[in-house]
Design a protein around this ligand. Structure first.
Ligand SMILES: NC(=O)c1ccc[n+]([C@@H]2O[C@H](COP(=O)([O-])OP(=O)(O)OC[C@H]3O[C@@H](n4cnc5c(N)ncnc54)[C@H](O)[C@@H]3O)[C@@H](O)[C@H]2O)c1
Length: 258
């Protein structure tokens, strides 16, 4: 590893598994100190322990954070200050994929999707930007989705929430740039990645059949890996992307070109 984010101090949400866990591990592997957070505090702790075992004491920390709860954000950011001495990277990764057409949702379910996928980014950025400003150059990476750019009849809530993350990211980027702060903000847009979110889409159906159907939609003919999305997060977190802000990075095997 070459220390691409050496000295950076990162907070990753939803880091107890999947893309968040992979991003946290890769950031630590490339020299960052990482605070792994998740609604499932135990899962975040277990992942942090693995990172510490691999990269040493001080490479990772863990705390519970429900991204829909403002007080949790305030507490977690205070934890970041105390444990790491500040924050230079925020990865808003936690998210849920609720399926159904516009007619299938009731208002509470609809709002749950917005709360986890969008309120999270609003709250995280609102409270973290003052800390990020203290550690410029800084970077915010928000997990949107290809579903934030391309619609599907049975993804009403997911489409709407991930599209909101896409444009909210640009608004945040422009706000920081206009203030003259070197705090960048970009969104990442994966297509089907082999994590538990995809497993939920499989549901009761035969996994091999569902995966084969999904693979056929991707020009490169396969599903993505969490580590492949983590590489995009790493690039946007690092100073290699210093001139990249208000941008969207698609990790989609070419699906959005069709
Ligand atoms: N896997 C895919 O195919 C795919 C594709 C495009 C975008 N994404 C996005 O990537 C992100 C990560 O997804 P994943 O595939 O790793 O999913 P995952 O289900 O494997 O992991 C999500 C994590 O978020 C946590 N979480 C859920 N609600 C939370 C809350 N309220 N507060 C804090 N943590 C919470 C979960 O505990 C879990 O650890 C999500 O935003 C998702 O929408 C995933």
């Amino acid at each position: 590893m070459s220390g691409r984010v050496k000295g950076k101090k990162a907070l990753v949400t939803g880091a107890g598994q999947g893309i968040g866990a992979a991003a946290a591990r890769l950031l630590a592997a490339e020299g960052a100190q990482v605070l792994l957070t998740d609604k499932n505090a135990e899962a975040a702790k277990a992942c942090a322990e693995q990172i510490i075992a691999e990269f040493g004491e001080g490479a990772a920390f863990a705390t519970g954070l429900d991204v829909t709860c403002e007080q949790d954000w305030i507490t977690a950011l205070r934890f970041a200050q105390d444990a790491m001495g500040g924050l230079s990277v925020l990865v808003n990764n936690a998210g849920i994929a609720l399926t159904g057409s516009v007619e299938d949702f009731d208002l509470d379910e609809w709002r749950l999707g917005f709360s986890v996928n969008v309120d999270s980014v609003f709250l995280g950025c609102k409270h973290a930007i003052p800390m990020l400003r203290e550690r410029q150059p800084a970077s915010i990476v928000n997990l949107s989705s290809i579903a934030g750019l391309i619609a599907s009849p049975t993804f009403a809530n997911y489409n709407a929430t991930k599209a909101a993350v896409w444009l909210l990211s640009k608004s945040i980027a422009l706000h920081c740039a206009r203030r003259g702060w070197d705090v960048r903000c970009n969104s990442v847009h994966p297509t089907f990645i082999k994590t538990s979110i995809l497993q939920e889409l499989v549901g009761e159906k035969d996994e091999a059949t569902v995966f084969a159907k999904l693979e056929k939609q991707v020009p490169v003919g396969r599903l993505g890996e969490a580590e492949e999305v983590a590489q995009a997060v790493l690039y946007l977190a690092s100073d290699e992307s210093r001139f990249v802000t208000a941008s969207e990075l698609k990790i989609d095997g070419g699906i959005s070109a069709m």
